[in-house]
Ligand binder design. Structure first.
Ligand SMILES: *[C@@H]1O[C@H](CO)[C@@H](O)[C@H](O)[C@H]1NC(C)=O
Ligand SMILES: *[C@@H]1O[C@H](CO)[C@@H](O)[C@H](O)[C@H]1NC(C)=O
Ligand SMILES: CC(=O)N[C@H]1CO[C@H](CO)[C@@H](O)[C@@H]1O
Length: 459
């Protein structure tokens, strides 16, 4: 893969002062990815750095008519914001509903088509940048110190390579952990590192481990040999907490369940108001989710399990009822369930009674709250705030230009060296040779003995 290196943030270092102001070029991804990226970029600006964001004209996260703190470089692409939104909604609908309605084969074909479609668009965006000499010249002459890219769609790394700039990825996960393993060289034995979207935790039974291994393998084949052909082995993944509406039937079910709770319920929901909505339930287009989770009277959080919501719930130690829909959501909820702070429901099979019981369980069975509090305490116990840590590493790369010394040594090993297969093969050969020689020697001795005895008998 043509990626120089990937920096992930696992180390704990003390914060060492500020950097001289630098110039940062950003290759973001839309939807929930942008929400997280934006927080870091604002902090960089507060610390005196210049931030240039390179976005396609179809990017929904930025309103181009409004003034922005960032320098926004818009790439004109032949599809609109509405097209981008529609494709995302198709993706969500497919993963959340069709997965259970279509046959496995049809679903696989549909997802393959949709992924191809998304990658094609990202290829167009990539070409629009890399084939525009005027734009490239302009970016080159800006002398950026660093490129920050979202790993969800390929191309940011190509831009960094083109200008020979140091480069940082921001990512939650990539399909089959492909980017983490193959670009970052992060050790991830399938025996205890579950492939994202496989739905496993780090404690796996024999069959789950087998499933996990096949999942890694199939993702490698799918992405390397099919989907990324056009990108010459670059890589992608898509997600977003974009679920605006459920089907009417599901929303009626959820509304009915919520109406049976003695508590007051605040529901972020954009679809048609369900007939079964109870007097205790209020619908809002948008809610200040983090603030509500931090409210002392909040008892439980019913969520589809997006990464941000999970972290907010952990931060405020609120137990969860998880109804995962797509992407990493089943994994996220699975992990929270394994840690004892969530009850998981299946959106396709759950009844109103299940939902009521799940909410009552996480509220009244004290173990869920206790676990949430314990996990929250662990989460809060960090030497520096995560935002400061992210900014520290960004400035670290700007100061030192290259951080190859942080690269995992596994990066330079072949797959058989990584698994020590050459050593094992050598040792097995030695043992086999030894056994063979021993057996041959014994056979030879026996034969000698016998023939000696035969001779003496004859005499
Ligand atoms: C190339 O980039 C420049 C500068 O951003 C822009 O004005 C121009 O329209 C672009 N050309 C094409 C063909 O996209
Ligand atoms: C509370 O939940 C835990 C974990 O699911 C379970 O083991 C325990 O029996 C429950 N306690 C009660 C009183 O239901
Ligand atoms: C506004 C909106 O996105 N409505 C959608 C809600 O979900 C149904 C079923 O998937 C769609 O048909 C609507 O278009």
């Amino acid at each position: 893969m043509s990626v120089k290196w990937v920096l992930v943030f696992p180390l704990v270092l003390m914060f060492s002062g500020s950097s001289s102001p630098g110039k940062v070029l950003v290759w973001p991804i839309d939807f929930s990815h942008w929400l997280n990226m934006k927080v870091i970029l604002h902090e960089l600006i507060d610390r005196g750095h210049q931030v240039t964001v390179l976005v396609p004209s179809s990017f929904l996260g930025i309103d181009f008519s409004q003034p922005s703190q960032f320098h926004v470089e818009v790439i004109s692409v032949p599809f609109s914001k509405e097209d981008a939104e529609a494709l995302m909604q198709d993706f969500i609908r497919m993963w959340s509903y069709q997965r259970h309605e279509l046959s496995f084969w049809r679903f696989s074909m549909n997802s393959f088509d949709l992924m191809t479609d998304m990658l094609q668009r990202s290829k167009i965006i990539c070409d629009t940048v890399l084939l525009n000499e005027t734009l490239l010249g302009k970016l080159e002459s800006a002398h950026f110190d660093l490129v920050i890219a979202d790993a969800a769609m390929p191309c940011g790394e190509l831009v960094a390579l083109k200008f020979n700039r140091p480069f940082i990825y921001s990512l939650r996960f990539t399909f089959g952990n492909t980017m983490e393993r193959l670009c970052g060289g992060l050790p991830s034995p399938p025996s205890y590192v579950p492939a994202t979207m496989g739905g496993f935790t780090d404690r796996m039974t024999f069959t789950q481990r087998m499933g996990n291994m096949f999942f890694y393998l199939s993702q490698d084949i799918l992405f390397h040999h099919f989907l990324f052909k056009e990108f010459d082995n670059l890589f992608s993944e898509v997600l977003g907490s974009m679920v605006k509406n459920l089907t009417d039937e599901k929303s009626a079910l959820v509304a009915l369940a919520l109406s049976q709770l003695p508590q007051k319920v605040i529901w972020r929901y954009k679809g048609k108001k369900p007939d079964t909505l109870g007097a205790n339930t209020r619908l809002y287009d948008w809610i200040p989710q983090n603030d509500l989770l931090g409210h002392p009277k909040t008892k439980a959080f019913i969520t589809h399990g997006g990464t941000n919501g999970i972290y907010e719930a952990i931060y405020h130690s609120i137990p969860l009822v998880g109804i995962p829909m797509f992407a990493d959501q089943p994994d996220n909820i699975g992990h929270m369930k394994a840690k004892g702070m969530a009850v998981e429901l299946n959106i396709h099979t759950m009844t109103a009674k299940d939902l009521v019981e799940a909410v009552n369980t996480v509220i009244h069975n004290a173990t869920y709250k206790e676990n949430a509090v314990r996990i929250s305490q662990i989460h809060h116990d960090q030497p520096i705030k995560p935002l400061e840590r992210a900014v520290f590493w960004i400035e670290f790369v700007m100061r030192h230009k290259s951080v190859k010394h942080l690269r995992v040594a596994a990066y330079d090993l072949t797959w058989y060296q990584y698994h020590n297969l050459d050593v094992i093969a050598f040792l097995v050969t030695c043992v086999a040779l030894f056994v063979l020689i021993a057996v041959k020697c014994c056979a030879f001795c026996c034969w000698k003995c016998c023939s000696f005895r035969k001779k003496t008998k004859k005499e």
